[in-house]
Design a protein around this ligand. Structure first.
Ligand SMILES: NC(=O)C1=CN([C@@H]2O[C@H](COP(=O)(O)OP(=O)(O)OC[C@H]3O[C@@H](n4cnc5c(N)ncnc54)[C@H](OP(=O)(O)O)[C@@H]3O)[C@@H](O)[C@H]2O)C=CC1
Ligand SMILES: O=C(O)[C@@H]1CCC=N1
Length: 264
């Protein structure tokens, strides 16, 4: 059911555009957005064919990727549902459950996909939750679609909201931390450009240390902390300021909002 090289992307905002950029080398893409100019600008860049209406996009497709906001589903679903025939629907909608999707698309094979923005560089996360067991062939098809996007995680549906908070929204929080560190550099006398370069390489190096060892992050942190040195002074301030608890609560707030979307 997942076979075929023709994909419709419905909604060509941030994520639809990112998917179009990555997938246009391997698939024939049919792009539809109710702001036609958005789809057209992607066609002009060679990322697929802009469709003037939903019917053209869906009629041409074997797979339909839904990349509209969760809040747009109620209005969009009746027309999409009336046009779907044999296609598989891949939904990117944060929080929107398979049960909700099935109320609109009862006879359609549904896969929930939760990416993050780093898919646009091939370094994203892709969480996948199918509505029922997939055949070997369907698994292969989904993996070859997801492979250019990043690392795939197969998830039970009860985990996808947590994955959305951690993996989907997570980059925004990491970027705020990076932005803050760059500003710390400016406060200490670096210009913004130099500070950004230093911070980016420092963050890259930290991840590299973690990825290339079997040590716990705390153990590497201790290696960096010379006795009575500079790092431990910073770590003490970090604990006094409840930074860890703050970070955990940021993700929990995000998780809570995703759960709210599931109950809408
Ligand atoms: N941004 C991200 O990093 C991530 C997003 N997601 C999910 O991806 C989905 C898209 O998010 P994002 O790209 O950020 O959102 P955007 O608002 O940037 O893109 C959605 C696009 O779809 C358009 N649209 C709305 N209704 C329709 C319709 N009926 N038919 C055609 N087009 C329509 C929107 O127009 P209008 O502006 O008028 O609504 C907009 O152009 C969401 O469900 C989100 O949860 C998942 C993971 C990460
Ligand atoms: O902010 C959002 O709702 C979407 C889902 C994950 C990332 N962006």
């Amino acid at each position: 059911m997942l076979s075929g090289n023709n994909i419709a992307i419905i909604g060509t905002g941030t994520m639809g555009r990112g998917l179009a950029e990555r997938l246009s080398q391997s698939y024939n893409l049919f792009l539809y957005d109710h702001h036609y100019d958005k789809a057209l600008s992607l066609e002009q860049k060679g990322f697929g064919k802009a469709c003037p209406d939903l019917k053209t996009a869906i009629d041409n497709a074997d797979i339909v990727i839904l990349a509209i906001k969760p809040q747009s589903l109620k209005e969009a679903a009746p027309l999409i549902g009336s046009l779907l025939t044999e296609q598989t629907l891949i939904s990117l909608l944060a929080g929107t459950t398979i049960n909700t999707l099935k109320t609109y698309f009862p006879n359609t094979r549904i896969i929930r996909m939760m990416p993050n923005l780093a898919i646009t560089k091939g370094e994203g996360l892709v969480g996948l939750t199918p509505d029922s067991k997939l055949s070997e062939n369907e698994i292969m098809q989904l993996l070859s679609l997801s492979d250019p996007l990043g690392k795939v995680f197969w998830l039970s549906e009860e985990k996808i909201n947590a994955f959305t908070a951690l993996g989907g929204s997570g980059p925004a929080f990491v970027l705020v931390m990076i932005e803050s560190m760059v500003e710390a550099g400016i406060a200490m006398g670096f210009n913004a450009k130099d500070s950004e370069q230093i911070v980016k390489q420092m963050v890259k190096g930290s991840l590299c240390l973690l990825e290339n060892s079997d040590k716990h992050p705390g153990e590497i942190k201790w290696q960096i902390s010379s006795p009575a040195g500079t790092t431990i002074a910073g770590l003490l301030a970090l604990e006094d300021l409840n930074v860890r608890s703050g970070i955990i609560n940021v993700f929990l707030a995000c998780f809570e909002r995703t759960n709210e979307l599931s109950s809408d």
